[in-house]
Design a protein around this ligand. Structure first.
Ligand code: ADP
Length: 303
């Protein structure tokens, strides 16, 4: 089983003819609320692939919080250790998409920004039954650090998706994680040069490992993924699909990779599951709704 310790968000998306200027009121044509947050997205990716999954994090004492929890429960995902924090609101992202394709996004952390040592106290007992702990950086980094330490101490495999890169120096986390999963943008921010292909990914992985990073898997979008363990490295090409929306492909990848590792696959094959989950997520609009289930993943892998 797996635990995801991280963010839950409600995304409020509107469609407008153009991005309004300061002080202007504009009429939009569409409005949708969808559940998001990298933590919750990864929990859904895992659970849909058949992994028994628990989500740990915080929502506010509001309707969004109740909706987010109910949404996870319906997958189903264990939510007993999600803290409903009455002192704040649930995390939200206010997204405006213009007909020109331009967008404007305001993220307000809310309850995600309040995750602290008291949430680690909820995580600790749950770790006894888990094999994997998935972390991202949409909650305070001090809490991520404590969670990674708790995971490592409990003997679970710790996976960090370093998104968004809050600080380019994540070296304090490296001794407590087993896998680091940056995409090209995050890898670039962590190493200080542009990572965009196999060659630059190799150089980046080597530099990150010199700084103490464990196994590094760099997600290269439609190209695939490059991995480097302490003793081996390789490239796993992506699947070719008609992509319509690459939102949350990285979260699907984390779910597919972990499901593959839990199934006992060698690393390169587990990365292939990650690539397949990412590719399938790219063929559908949305984040959590785009996550493939186990049957679709298996069918896709065998076609
Ligand atoms: P993130 O979503 O974190 O930015 P990527 O964009 O690199 O990460 O996507 C994660 C994985 O999803 C990639 O490594 C790849 O396997 C898969 N993927 C993403 N975009 C596509 C695409 N257009 N076609 C096929 N696979 C894709």
């Amino acid at each position: 089983s797996a635990i995801v310790f991280g963010s839950l968000n409600m995304d409020l998306a509107s469609r407008v003819p153009r991005i309004p200027t300061p002080g202007e009121t504009i009429l939009g044509s569409e409005f949708v609320t969808t559940a998001g947050g990298k933590g919750a997205n990864q929990a859904v990716a895992l659970a849909k692939l058949g992994v028994a999954t628990q989500m740990i994090g915080r929502v506010g004492g509001d309707d969004f919080g109740r909706t987010l929890i109910a949404g996870l429960q319906s997958v189903p995902i264990q939510t007993d250790n999600i803290f409903i924090d009455p002192s704040t609101h649930s995390g939200v992202a206010l997204i405006t998409v213009a007909e020109t394709g331009e967008n404007q996004i305001i993220g307000i952390f809310g309850a995600n920004g309040c995750v602290d040592a008291t949430d680690i106290a909820r995580l600790q007992p749950a770790l006894a039954d888990a094999q994997y702990l998935l972390l991202q950086l949409e909650i305070p980094i001090a809490a991520v650090q404590l969670a990674a330490q708790a995971g490592k101490a409990a003997g679970v495999t710790v996976i960090l998706d370093p998104a968004p890169v809050q600080t380019p120096d994540l070296t304090a986390l490296y001794p407590h994680i087993d896998f680091l999963l940056p995409n090209e943008v995050e890898a670039s921010q962590l190493v200080g040069f542009d990572v965009h292909d196999l060659e630059t990914a190799k150089t980046a992985a080597t530099q990150l490992q010199r700084q103490g990073a464990p196994t590094v898997i760099i997600k290269l979008g439609a190209k695939g993924a490059f991995y480097q363990t302490p003793s081996a490295s390789g490239f796993v090409p992506a699947f070719t699909v008609a992509a319509v929306d690459t939102v949350a492909c990285g979260d699907a990848f984390a779910g597919g990779l972990t499901a593959g590792l839990l199934a006992g696959l060698p690393l390169a094959n587990a990365i292939q599951w990650g690539n397949a989950a990412g590719a399938l997520a790219a063929t559908q609009a949305g984040a959590q709704v785009a996550m493939p289930d186990k049957a679709s993943l298996e069918q896709f892998l065998h076609q």
